[in-house]
Write a protein that binds this ligand. Structure first.
Ligand code: AKG
Length: 202
């Protein structure tokens, strides 16, 4: 069994090697996390994510939105997105995440998984638009979901549960050596919103 509830020790590295993942536990009290979840579900201009694979255009049931300090371009899955200006709620959450982690971010990719049927396949966030080895802070709101890492060479996997209001940070060489994914699950019927605060350098 490789899945576990994470002990809260912000200084502990959850990866055994080749990268750093720190878990901060609850960043937000449950009522505050509820408030942000409701607010983001209703105020963010959610759109299906898009991908072009072997020339074919795909739309996902998972929804996304992309925000930044300036209209940065971010290209992944062969599609380029232009960032929207921050909303007041996102500015508040960015500040809380930055205070907690001591890191600074200039952008945020939001993902909305309407139910457990939607997930995200194995990938790493190593696009050329992102700062190399920059920290990526992942704030989870809504349904608790499993989140997994798999080492690119050894295939070793590590999985955690990410509860409502929790914060996890990936940094160092994590994206070079590890893939991550959010597996789909039939057990979850409620939405989850994930915010990944990032640094764009283009
Ligand atoms: O929803 C999540 O927790 C993961 C999102 C993710 O993998 C990503 O934005 O790269």
């Amino acid at each position: 069994m490789d899945l576990f509830n994470i002990e809260i020790d912000e200084t502990k590295n959850l990866l055994p090697k080749d990268g750093i993942v720190n878990y901060y536990g609850s960043l937000l009290l449950p009522a505050v996390a509820d408030h942000y979840l409701t607010s983001l579900l209703t105020t963010i201009p959610w759109k299906p994510d898009e991908a072009v694979i072997f020339g074919k255009h795909y739309l996902t049931k998972r929804k996304i939105a992309w925000f930044a300090n300036i209209p940065y371009a971010y290209t992944y899955s062969n599609i380029t997105k232009r960032a929207l200006p921050w909303t007041p709620e996102l500015v508040e959450l960015k500040k809380l995440v930055e205070e907690k982690t001591g890191e600074h971010f200039n952008s945020c990719l939001l993902n909305l998984y309407p139910t457990g049927n939607e997930g995200m396949a194995w990938h790493s966030d190593g696009e050329k638009d992102l700062k190399k080895n920059g920290a990526i802070a992942s704030l989870s709101l809504g349904a608790e979901r499993k989140f997994s890492f798999r080492h690119k060479q050894t295939k070793e996997t590590v999985s955690f549960l990410l509860p409502h209001g929790s914060l996890l940070v990936m940094k160092g060489t994590t994206q070079t050596h590890w893939l991550h994914r959010l597996p789909p699950t039939t057990r979850v019927k409620l939405p989850r919103v994930n915010l990944t605060f990032r640094t764009i350098t283009n």
